[in-house]
Every structure is written in C-alpha cells, then in structure tokens.
Design a protein around this ligand. Structure first.
Ligand SMILES: *[C@@H]1O[C@H](CO)[C@@H](O)[C@H](O)[C@H]1NC(C)=O
Ligand SMILES: *[C@@H]1O[C@H](CO)[C@@H](O)[C@H](O)[C@H]1NC(C)=O
Ligand SMILES: *[C@@H]1O[C@H](CO)[C@@H](O)[C@H](O)[C@H]1NC(C)=O
Ligand SMILES: *[C@@H]1O[C@H](CO)[C@@H](O)[C@H](O)[C@H]1NC(C)=O
Ligand SMILES: *[C@@H]1O[C@H](CO)[C@@H](O)[C@H](O)[C@H]1NC(C)=O
Ligand SMILES: *[C@@H]1O[C@H](CO)[C@@H](O)[C@H](O)[C@H]1NC(C)=O
Length: 379
C-alpha cells in the first residue's frame, strides 16, 4: 500500500492512484489536526499548537503538530482507505490533493465567534472549495466530480464550542443550552450542505467526545468524576447530530452518512481502562497538576510530567487520546457494528454506491487489512 507520506513519494502516489482512487477530506478540531496550526498564529500559548516534543514521539517520532504521541484517527482512516498519512492542508509543500486534504485545526469551532485559536469550520469549507476548483483544473470537470462524489468527508467538530460556552457562562439555563446546541448543529448542517453543493455525498461524522471526562476538564472543574455539565452538552449535541443527519439524508438525494460514537467508545475506555489493556484512564501521560490535566505538555517554561509508556494510557495530554487508543477506535470506525457506528461503518460507506469504481481497491484492503502494523516513516 502507498502509505508513505514523504514528499519524494508524491510521484509514487500519483502512479498508484488510478482515477478510481478514493479521496478523503477531513474537517475538524484538534482531534483531527495533522499540523495545520503550525502555519497559523494561535492566540493562547500551548493549547493551539503541538509542534514540539514530546508530541509525535511514539511514531513519527518527531513533533508534527498532531495533538497525540503518534497517529491520529484520520491518519488511520486514510491508511485503511489506501491513502497516505496526512500532511496539513496549509503545508506549503502539500500539493497532492488527489488523495484529498485535511483542513482540521486545533481549537476550531462550528461557530466562527467561538474560535480563539483554530480555523473555523466555515473557513475550512472555503479551503475545501478552493481545493475542489484546483482538482477541476487538474483533472477536468467530469473526473473531479467523480472524485468528489466518491470521496469521504470525515469531520470532528463542536467539542470546543461547548467547552468555550460553559467556560464563558456557567450560569446558563436549560433553554439557552438547547438553543446553543441547535445553533452549533445548525451551522454544521449548513457546512454539510455547502460540501454537498460542491459534490460531496459521503459523510463520516465523529460525534463529540466525552468532553467532561477528559483530564483537562476533571482538573479545571476540580472533580473526581466527569464534569456533568459538559457531558450533558456533549450528549445533547450528539443526539441533535443524529437527528440532523437523518434530516439531511431525507432532504438531499444521494446523501450517505455514518456517525461514529466517539463519545461512548472513548468514555468506556476512560472508565474501564483495564478492559481495553490500559493501566490508566483518568490521568494523562503528559501534563501537570491533578490528572496531569494542565496544558503544559511539552512546555519549555512550565514543569510537566511525562509517562514512560504512552501505550498504557487512554489520554496522552489534557484532552487527546494516545495513539494506542486511536488504534482501537479506528477498528471500530472501520468495521464496527451499528452500536458504535451507525447506520454504516467506514468500510461500508466507502463501498457504497461507487462499488464498481473502487472494488479493486476494496479487494486489496480486504486482503491486506491494516496499515497500523505497517512500519512506515513519515518524512
Ligand atoms: C503571525 O504573527 C506574526 C508576528 O506578529 C506576523 O508577522 C505574521 O504575519 C502572522 N501570520 C499570520 C498567518 O497571521
Ligand atoms: C446565576 O444566576 C442567578 C440568578 O439569575 C444569580 O443570582 C447568580 O448570581 C448567578 N451566578 C453566577 C455565577 O453568575
Ligand atoms: C450559525 O451560527 C450563527 C452564529 O455564528 C447563528 O447566528 C446562526 O443562526 C447559525 N445558523 C444556524 C442555521 O443555526
Ligand atoms: C478541589 O476540591 C477539593 C475537595 O473538594 C478541595 O479540597 C480543594 O481545595 C479544591 N481545589 C481547588 C483548586 O479548588
Ligand atoms: C474488525 O477488524 C479487526 C482487524 O482487522 C478484527 O480483529 C475485528 O474482529 C473486526 N471486527 C468486526 C466486527 O468485523
Ligand atoms: C456492540 O455490539 C457488539 C456485538 O454485539 C458487542 O460485542 C459490543 O460490546 C457492543 N459495543 C458497545 C459499545 O456496546
């Protein structure tokens, strides 16, 4: 499989790709950011960026901007689909958009005004439109349309809107909360429609994480268990997202989707780490203070602790899972049953509709399942 992401391999990638190659376009926040924030100014120090050690140590093994010790879910999703690991869209050396692009940015919000650090969803979608125009120039209208139609649009957005919301006003009423959830999901829905207009049909939504159960929230709210107000917001969002996706499916011809239950799969590992082979689900591998939940991982100025084996931890830093955890989650996204990814899993979403176009690719994936054990260098 063409998994290397090295620039010198671009020609190889082009050669491997036929016009049947599927592409993937990734939108979202720090959970999906492969280093776009390396190329922008972020306002708060520490939180928006991860382009310093020990980030990346497990796999790359240098910092790439990913908020993880190694690979993130979109890397594995790409690899399973036969695509290279992500290079940030904003990387000036990244010109190969036939495989898709990753626009995700740590701190990104669904609502423009919530954004302090990242590239808001709306702007990510503008970038996508630029890429779609480039592809049309490069491939011609018809072939670009085929590519966009068969592509997977994979997103993770909303978590930061909710943590910001509660931080700003801890005294909100239930109806204000519901209104806010509707606005966030409304903006995501609008974004989906924009992508649909450009030709996107296959959407993979990752729902919002258990944002109240991550080490950073436990520390800032000084709780022993999860922060209920944040958990409630995430639950309300995820429920609204289910309805919104169903509505989109009935409104837009040819719209196909899946929702991956990131909330429950990650929470289960947080609460029952040993069931999944982890030693620690509460405390992060890297950080400081209670739960190592401060945003100090990798800081040159604040002392922080770093565990010796991230594979024993569910969380690498205050808010992000380890590569070891991501490896478990991607299997569920790829071929999980409908209680974790509904109504389809990623493999089924890829196979749908364009079966004939991509069947050779899929056969290859079935024979050669997984990228995770492939030894591979990033650069
Ligand atoms: C980032 O900040 C620096 C220094 O303030 C400035 O020179 C640069 O233009 C900014 N870059 C972007 C992308 O805004
Ligand atoms: C919350 O709202 C109540 C009633 O409006 C008010 O008395 C209280 O001071 C508010 N608390 C905070 C922390 O804003
Ligand atoms: C999108 O968000 C804006 C605030 O940024 C809000 O005014 C608008 O109503 C939202 N759109 C929808 C469809 O919910
Ligand atoms: C956190 O909670 C504990 C127990 O409720 C309390 O003793 C401690 O002072 C609190 N710490 C902060 C920073 O609020
Ligand atoms: C998903 O794939 C993994 C490895 O490829 C396998 O171990 C697991 O049993 C599969 N699960 C299902 C539900 O097919
Ligand atoms: C989903 O269903 C499978 C098979 O029935 C089961 O093994 C698994 O534990 C379930 N997962 C969750 C998160 O409920």
């Amino acid at each position: 499989m063409a998994l290397s992401n090295s620039q010198s391999d671009d020609k190889t990638n082009y050669r491997v790709q036929t016009k049947k190659q599927i592409a993937m376009f990734v939108f979202g926040d720090s959970v999906f950011d492969p280093g776009n924030n390396n190329y922008i100014n972020t306002s708060t120090s520490g939180i928006g960026k991860a382009d310093f050690p020990p980030y990346g140590e497990t796999f790359f093994p240098k910092p790439t901007g990913r908020h993880c010790d190694g690979r993130i879910l979109p890397d594995f999703a790409a690899a399973y689909a036969g695509l290279p690991y992500w290079r940030p869209y904003l990387d000036p050396n990244n010109h190969n958009f036939i495989v898709g692009a990753n626009f995700a940015s740590a701190g990104a919000c669904a609502l423009v005004e919530d954004d302090e650090d990242g590239i808001p969803l709306e702007v990510q979608i503008d970038y996508f439109k630029k890429v779609s125009n480039l592809l049309k120039e490069q491939l011609g209208e018809a072939e670009a349309e085929e590519l966009l139609k068969g592509a997977i649009y994979y997103s993770s957005i909303g978590g930061v809107d909710y943590t910001t919301f509660i931080y700003e006003d801890s005294n909100v009423t239930e109806s204000q909360i519901q209104d806010f959830v509707n606005i966030v999901v409304g903006n995501i829905t609008n974004g989906v429609k924009e992508i649909y207009k450009v030709g996107g049909r296959k959407f993979a939504f990752q729902n919002v994480a258990p944002i109240g159960c991550v080490p950073g929230s436990k520390q800032s709210y000084n709780t022993t268990g999860c922060v209920e107000s944040l958990q409630t917001l995430a639950t309300m969002h995820n429920s609204a997202l289910n309805f919104a996706a169903e509505d989109l499916a009935s409104e837009l011809p040819g719209f196909k989707y899946l929702i991956f239950d990131f909330f429950n799969t990650l929470m289960d590992r947080t609460e029952n780490p040993s069931k999944y082979g982890f030693k620690e689900g509460d405390v992060a591998c890297c950080g400081s203070g209670e739960y190592r939940g401060s945003a100090t991982c990798g800081s040159l100025t604040s002392p922080y602790e770093l565990c010796s084996n991230p594979n024993e931890y569910v969380y690498f830093d205050l808010a992000h899972a380890t590569e070891a955890c991501n490896i478990q989650l991607i299997e569920l996204l790829w071929n999980g049953t409908t209680n974790v990814t509904w109504p389809l899993n990623l493999r089924q979403l890829i196979e749908l509709e364009s079966e004939t176009e991509i069947s050779s690719n899929i056969d290859r994936l079935i024979d050669e399942p997984v990228a995770v054990s492939v030894s591979n260098t990033y650069e």
